[in-house]
Design a protein around this ligand. Structure first.
Ligand code: FES
Length: 171
């Protein structure tokens, strides 16, 4: 009888310890999760500024920077940068050279365009100045700041700084 009672005590004690251990483990897990939430996961932020060489090495036309998702356009002595990130859902828009120039009206002015930007995802289309004119994109492609690095004279494109459409860096 006494032996059976001792066995029950041992089992009860074991189950109590198991229960306490489980509660402590759950608590420790929660505490760990709480502390871990203060440590950010690895961020794969795209480069915000990038250099593209000196102005004399940038020919006229559109240069596509796939990795940075940016277009840099030189028109004689004027250089500007336009985002290649579609304003609909963020796909990368493609540079499309038109078979022949066409006249379009942008902001009430008739201009001749030789290229456009098209989004392969849902068909949004943008004129050469980034103005959206077809598809679901709600806003134009933003223009970004272009400057010259004082260190080495290279053109710096700053994709974190949006500038007004029509803002050029002049060579
Ligand atoms: S992401 Fe470009 S049209 Fe939808």
């Amino acid at each position: 009888m006494a032996e059976e009672k001792a066995k029950k005590e041992t089992r009860r004690s074991f189950l109590q310890k198991l229960g306490i251990g489980t509660i402590l483990l759950a608590f420790a897990g929660n505490v760990y999760s709480w502390f871990r939430s203060f440590v950010p996961n690895v961020l794969y932020e795209p480069l915000r500024k990038f250099k593209i060489g000196t102005p004399k090495n940038l020919p006229d036309g559109v240069k596509v920077f796939e990795e940075e998702r940016e277009f840099v356009i030189r028109e004689k002595e004027k250089i500007h940068a336009i985002s290649a990130i579609c304003t609909h859902l963020g796909c990368t828009v493609k540079y499309v050279q038109l078979a022949k120039p066409k006249k379009v009206v942008i902001d009430g002015k008739e201009v001749e365009v030789k290229y456009e930007f098209h989004c392969p995802c849902h068909g949004s289309k943008f004129y050469a100045d980034g103005t959206n004119y077809a598809g679901p994109a709600p806003t134009p492609l933003p223009w970004h700041k272009v400057d010259l690095s004082p260190d080495d004279g290279q053109i710096v494109v700053d994709t974190s700084t949006v500038v007004k459409k029509g803002t050029y860096w002049k060579v």
